[in-house]
Design a protein around this ligand. Structure first.
Ligand SMILES: Nc1nc2c(ncn2[C@@H]2O[C@@H]3COP(=O)(O)O[C@H]3[C@H]2O)c(=O)[nH]1
Ligand SMILES: [Zn+2]
Length: 875
């Protein structure tokens, strides 16, 4: 009894004491030292939560930049400018009656055809030739002026994006055309199916915004909402196509009866929707099953074959000679990187096969060709055996090449690792010899030049700039080793790691109708990609018990370290008798939560995002040099393209030469036309709008990097140690912050232009290998074009009118960031390295016109600008 009452009294006393204590804490002023400490701690917390450079710790709370920022404007969708459209329209009208020489018509039937030297209007002429050579106009009563208007409208509705532009559309149509001739497709599936296929190829990426379905779905764009996440882009391309065809002026099917038109519509929809890579496995599996009993009389079989044919054409760049294929890959990666940058910027899941931090050219191609492209080509090659030599073997050669390139890269990486291991040993030994000088043994920022130089000299080419930046920061050997093992996993396409999931796997996950994706297991057996929200969730759930307990221990360590950090601020090291700051508990809780969600792998954006775009590796530059040499040759031979009077052609070719030399003037040292082209292209790669946006993305935009599985294992204690080190250098790190750092620009630039001697050596090696695996360019290199010339008189007509007002299209596929500023972009005229600069193009086109006795006048850029038609499609 007594015991009970005493206990109760004690408890009440205890409660009163703590109440008084709380009251005193609230009302009495804290000692000055404690006040100071509190301020310091507050500042520290603020720093952790708002400094992007420390975001890898996981406390960063900053939201992505507001959508209206300057950087976001760069992400927008690029419409063709009015002046460009008008010029192409006029030039096409001028040349559309020209006869294409037999030589060019033959070349057009080969996968080795090179579209690069041709102007847009000339490509339109060649598309027209495809219809004419199949005799479609006669067979299907297609009026030639309607065909021209249709082709021009299609051209007009492709955007100025790096890859999915009009030239891609041309290449896809041309590959289908080449296949069609090679296997005599009309005799197998009928003329109508070939007409449907060719037209579908031309329309298959209409109004592509340069951001794929994964982006559309994750960003919940208007298109994704409109099409319920089911192939939003392909539905859009198809819808735009039929909007064009609604207009009688360009409806090439207007003479068709309703049943026939229905068949065309069904066929086109089927073909265009088949280009969604999310359906790749489904289509390939069905086709393979059909192969043993394929029957050309069975409509279902023919339909499936058509789907495979358009898919093959769509992804056929690697079946072309390397010097044509590789610039396309550069453009594709440019578009990929742009998308993943946008995803980071907007806090969306980052598509792994598009992430500049995760892929290289060889890794991307090994995965894509090996797992996606070749299986499809081989399946088609089984049915149409004529295609084996034409496209299947060149794709195998390309895969061999990229595998070897990957090996070389891997060897370099191993070499690099051994150097780092050596350094680690050295560091370890020095630490053992003089315990007090442990820190001195660690290579610090800029302090260990030989360490850095050694690593730089052994680095892989394609990632050089990234790593240079990374290593020039606090160069912890341990950290470097960790990063390297991560890199190994990411770059090994056969590792099965979900980070290397290819486009089909990622697309299948992201694009399939939600109900089926959520309920069924993935057919490929690979995990969902970690960049996806689902992936993040899964990773969190897959943490096992020991992971959790390790994390909890780490949490404890963090708390302890934070307390000792706290002591650091107390004068005379005197421990004060109050609880550790409550924010530490909050931090511990947040940390625990983050661990549980599997979100601990935040990257040090200050250290790792200072990379450069790095799309153009040295071998690409070499190739570009070769390409441009080829281009000069083609210009010489271009006069044989059209059967026009010799003297007119001479004017044209002369003008082309003048234009080339004019460009060369920019570069006084190397003034030959060959070099001017090389330099122009290289310059473009450094100065393109995209590059600028990359730099500004790195420097100014807050990027919330996705979690990285391997890095999540890094000890939180070591991170905290780094943090406290950095905190000690707070002023410095503020200067170093990418947002304010002008120096980093210079470093990036230097990094890019610097070519280490060892790289050059191994590049030579790669180039030799490459030459041996180059697909043969039979038609083009074995015979001079001049030998094909039939010097017939050409009929020039300038009275073609291509006016065709297409009703406003549903242009809603903008990346979400661009929605606010969609009118502000200056079209990036330098963004297509396959095209010439606008000024140059104008001059060329004019000379083309001049050469054909059409009014000879000089066209000035300003005039063209003013001439722009007001296109309702421009948003
Ligand atoms: N990695 C890689 N992807 C490709 C290549 N060619 C085509 N693709 C992808 O395959 C996709 C096919 O459909 P899209 O044209 O929409 O976009 C294409 C690219 O994303 C290639 O050479 N390499
Ligand atoms: Zn395409």
């Amino acid at each position: 009894m007594l015991q009970e009452s005493t206990c109760a009294e004690l408890k009440s006393l205890e409660a009163r004491v703590s109440a008084v204590e709380r009251q005193m804490r609230a009302e009495l002023p804290l000692p000055a030292a404690v006040e100071d400490l509190r301020r310091e701690v507050e500042a520290f917390r603020e720093r952790l939560e708002t400094d992007e450079g420390l975001s890898w710790l996981g406390f960063y709370k900053q939201l992505p930049e507001p959508l209206s920022s300057e950087e976001c404007r760069r992400l927008q969708y690029r419409r063709k400018s009015d002046s460009v459209k008008k010029r192409v329209k006029k030039n096409f009208a001028n040349i559309c009656d020209a006869q294409v020489s037999d030589a060019i018509r033959q070349w057009l039937r080969m996968p080795t055809f090179d579209a690069r030297p041709w102007e847009d209007e000339e490509l339109l002429l060649l598309l027209q030739q495809m219809y004419l050579d199949h005799d479609f106009c006669a067979k299907f009563a297609i009026d030639i002026s309607t065909l021209r208007k249709f082709l021009y409208e299609a051209y007009k509705n492709y955007n100025d994006v790096p890859f999915h532009n009009f030239r891609h559309c041309f290449c896809v149509a041309q590959m289908l055309y080449a296949i069609s001739w090679c296997v005599d497709l009309p005799s197998k599936i009928g003329d109508l199916e070939v007409l449907i296929l060719l037209t579908s190829c031309i329309c298959h990426d209409l109004d592509h915004p340069g951001y794929n379905n994964i982006y559309q779905i994750n960003a919940k764009t208007e298109l994704a909402i409109r099409y319920n996440d089911i192939s939003p882009l392909e539905n859009h391309h198809c819808s735009v196509a039929f909007r064009l065809l609604e207009n009688d002026d360009c409806n090439i099917f207007k003479s068709f009866g309703s049943e026939d038109f229905k068949q065309v519509r069904e066929g086109m929809i089927r073909c265009i929707l088949a280009t969604d890579m999310a359906r790749h496995n489904e289509i390939l599996t069905n086709f393979r099953e059909m192969l043993p009993c394929f029957n050309y009389d069975d409509k279902a079989h023919v339909n499936l074959l058509c789907m495979v044919l358009i898919k093959v054409s769509d992804i056929s760049n690697e079946a072309r000679p390397m010097d044509i294929a590789e610039p396309w890959l550069d453009r594709l990666l440019q578009e990929f990187f742009k998308q993943s940058d946008a995803e980071k910027l907007e806090g969306l899941p980052v598509t792994p096969f598009m992430d500049r931090e995760k892929i290289t050219k060889p890794s991307s191609q090994c995965s894509f060709i090996g797992f996606v492209l070749l299986p499809l080509f081989e399946a088609l090659g089984e049915l149409l055996t004529e295609l084996q030599d034409l496209i299947v073997q060149p794709v195998r050669d390309a895969l061999d090449y990229y595998k070897r390139l990957n090996e070389v890269t891997r060897e370099e990486r191993l070499h690099r690792k051994s150097i780092v291991a050596e350094m680690a040993d050295h560091q370890h030994n020095s630490a053992n010899q003089s315990p007090d000088s442990g820190n001195a043994a660690l290579p610090k920022s800029g302090s260990n030049v030989s360490f850095k130089a050694k690593i730089l000299s052994s680095r892989s080419r394609s990632r050089s700039t990234e790593e240079e930046t990374e290593l020039s920061l606090e160069g912890s050997v341990q950290q470097y080793l960790e990063d390297q093992s991560l890199e190994d996993v990411l770059e090994d396409p056969e590792s099965g790691d979900s980070e290397t999931a290819n486009e089909v796997e990622v697309s299948e996950k992201a694009l399939k109708f939600k109900i089926s994706t959520e309920c069924t297991a993935p057919t490929t057996g690979r995990k969902s990609y970690p960049g996806s929200r689902k992936g993040s969730r899964e990773r969190g759930q897959h943490l096992n018990q020991s992971d959790i307990s390790r994390m909890m221990q780490q949490k404890g360590k963090l708390k302890a370290t934070a307390c000792s950090f706290d002591h650091h601020f107390l004068s005379d090291n005197k421990k004060l008798s109050f609880d550790s700051p409550s924010f530490l508990d909050e931090y511990a809780l947040t940390l625990k939560k983050r661990f549980e969600e599997g979100l601990t792998g935040y990257r040090d954006t200050a250290g790792e995002n200072n990379d450069d775009e790095c799309v153009l590796s040295q071998e690409t530059i070499n190739l570009n040099k070769r390409n441009s040499e080829h281009l000069v040759k083609v210009f010489d031979e271009k006069k044989s393209i059209l059967k026009c009077p010799d003297h007119k052609n001479n004017v044209h070719v002369e003008n082309l030469r003048i234009n080339i030399n004019t460009t060369a003037e920019d570069e006084p040292v190397k003034s030959s036309p060959k070099y001017s082209m090389v330099n122009k292209k290289y310059k473009y790669s450094e100065q393109s709008d995209n590059d600028i946006s990359v730099i500004s993305l790195k420097e100014e935009i807050k990027i919330q990097s996705p979690p990285s599985e391997a890095k999540s294992n890094r000890s939180i204690l070591s991170r905290f140690r780094q943090l406290t080190d950095r905190f000690g250098l707070s002023q410095d790190s503020k200067v170093k912050h990418p947002k304010n750092n002008n120096v980093s620009k210079t470093t990036l630039h230097k990094g890019k232009t610097k070519v280490e001697p060892t790289h050059c050596k191994s590049l030579e090696k790669v180039d030799i290998r490459r030459a041996s695996t180059l697909p043969k360019t039979k038609g083009r290199t074995s015979k001079s074009w001049k030998s094909f010339i039939l010097g017939k008189e050409k009929h020039w007509s300038s009275d073609q009118v291509l006016d065709c007002n297409v009703s406003e299209l549903d242009n809603q596929s903008l990346p979400s960031t661009s929605q606010m500023n969609s009118n502000c972009a200056t079209p990036n005229k330098t963004s297509t390295s396959l095209q010439n600069s606008p000024r140059k193009s104008v001059a060329r086109s004019e000379s083309f016109v001049m050469g054909n006795n059409v009014t000879n006048r000089s066209v000035d850029a300003q005039e063209i600008q003013n001439d722009g038609e007001n296109d309702p499609n421009i948003i």
